[in-house]
Design a protein around this ligand. Sequence first.
Ligand SMILES: Cc1cc2nc3c(=O)[nH]c(=O)nc-3n(C[C@H](O)[C@H](O)[C@H](O)COP(=O)(O)OP(=O)(O)OC[C@H]3O[C@@H](n4cnc5c(N)ncnc54)[C@H](O)[C@@H]3O)c2cc1C
Length: 548
Amino acid sequence: MRRHAQVRRYLVAFDTDRLPQVFTDVAVIGSGVAALRAALEMAPALHVTVLTKSRLTESNSYYAQGGIAAAIAPPDTVQGHMADTLATGCGICDEAVVRQVVTAAPDCIRELIQWGAQFDTSGGRMDIGREGGHSAPRILHARGDETGKEITSALIRRATGRSEIDIREETFAIDLLTVGGAVAGVLAWQPAHGMLVVRARRTVLATGGLGRIYRETTNPEVATGDGLAMAYRAGAVLADMEFVQFHPTALYIAGASRHLISETVRGEGGRLVDKAGRPFMHEYHPQGDLAPRDVVSRAIVSHLRRSGETHVFLDLAPLGHEARKRFPGIAKACAQFGIDIARDRIPVRPAAHYMIGGVKADRAGRTSLERLYACGEVSSTGLHGANRLGSNSLLEGLVYGREAGRRIVEELSAAVPASAAAAAREVPERIRSDVTRSTRGELNLPDVRNSLRSLMWRNVGIVRGAEDLAEADALIEFWQSYVLDKVFDQPAGWELQNMLALGRLMAHAALVRTETRGVHVRSDWPERDDEHWRRHILMARDQELRLE
Ligand SMILES: Cc1cc2nc3c(=O)[nH]c(=O)nc-3n(C[C@H](O)[C@H](O)[C@H](O)COP(=O)(O)OP(=O)(O)OC[C@H]3O[C@@H](n4cnc5c(N)ncnc54)[C@H](O)[C@@H]3O)c2cc1C
């Protein structure tokens, strides 16, 4: 199979000897649940430096609404949670990973409560909701639909109280630094001070997903896939880049951000209806409005195609006035456009939501690169297989943040006293990159970015076919030819270079997987093909694509 993308090793030219340097035990990139949970596991044993490209609260985690899955109350069981996760993953989940994550769930919840997170209760008991794909009520939520905010705030309060955790906001990670194939820290950038070298004995990548590569997405602006791209440039193995989950119901109003309308809305009685107010989900799946989210996304796409309309509606009338109380975030977002969710129907359509593929990581968060760990949405652990069960991702971030943290503490504790060889490798080496500036003309960055996002939505979206994918591959290759040779000095340029590298990998992986499985739906290969495709697609820089 041919090579899939050509990218240079570093995005910018630098010489570590000429830049300010920070020394730390562990650099953690990101400030969502995975990053913060990892940092908390390592302090006070280790000094941790958390880098985040915007404010501490800017993350997918903070905006998560529906909740977190955990089998905490009978008749639900860990086995039930495991069976639902495996069934949703369509035959390619790693069973040991699923077991590890769902078994750890109740303990993660206890821990969050201990740290001050308050989950919603009803009649003195935890109020446990139900969501599509879950065979039992299992979803814990907080402040109605502000679960991510509640959990992240508890983690932030705890992390900011720890003197061993040095938090640097507005610090953009440009590239992972490597010495002889091992990761030695991060090259970062701050608006006020320019480039900065963070030397670290271990690095944890927790940069989240890449929803912004699509025109329609529920993800906030920070989700541009930087971590995936920088890991790829550094030589890490990426897995399953074709698997992107689309959320069926994002608010669809021209000019509004694609605010997510949580699936719990349907779990609690909300219905999808068409323009005439007619429910239609039972025409597509026996579970109707409670079908798995990829089924619902596809059903909406089919319905829109048939009707020629641009969106469908969510009808919360069955919930009555309770709707506003139960979903205050959604009520507020809709109220800005004069929509009262207890009375009016909400216009919705699908949007890119969650990156299932990512940096391949094992059950301790270790990646294929020495000294690099990955956890949360940026990673690919095998938990989700070909489709993610709703409310499993906050959980995954917490479980693997903790696991990565634990493993790093063990490794670095065992490394004292270090062997002579290990000690020699700890000495900071000078690292240089001599990228030269392209002499080609200026670029309209927003124009390329918008074109890429539209192309990904059209050609690498919910339903994809060989022709569209090949066209995307070729067009992105063309854009790469005059964008990747530039050297930018601001995040907008680096993000675009990251997204172009990833778009090509995604189109390429989607083209290679000639079957339909989970969220990957091929118009020209509509059947699941277990004989050939119960496998993962692995990609690494300068290597042939591999199947495993
Ligand atoms: C609207 C919405 C609702 C959701 N609802 C749910 C839900 O109810 N339940 C559930 O389980 N999941 C939900 N999800 C998914 C879930 O929120 C995410 O998968 C999960 O929070 C990812 O956590 P994370 O820590 O891996 O990444 P994130 O929380 O996305 O954090 C990534 C961090 O990395 C930082 N970063 C990125 N690039 C760089 C860079 N170059 N330099 C420095 N920092 C960088 C970002 O700023 C951010 O702080 C939802 C997602 C969205 C968008």
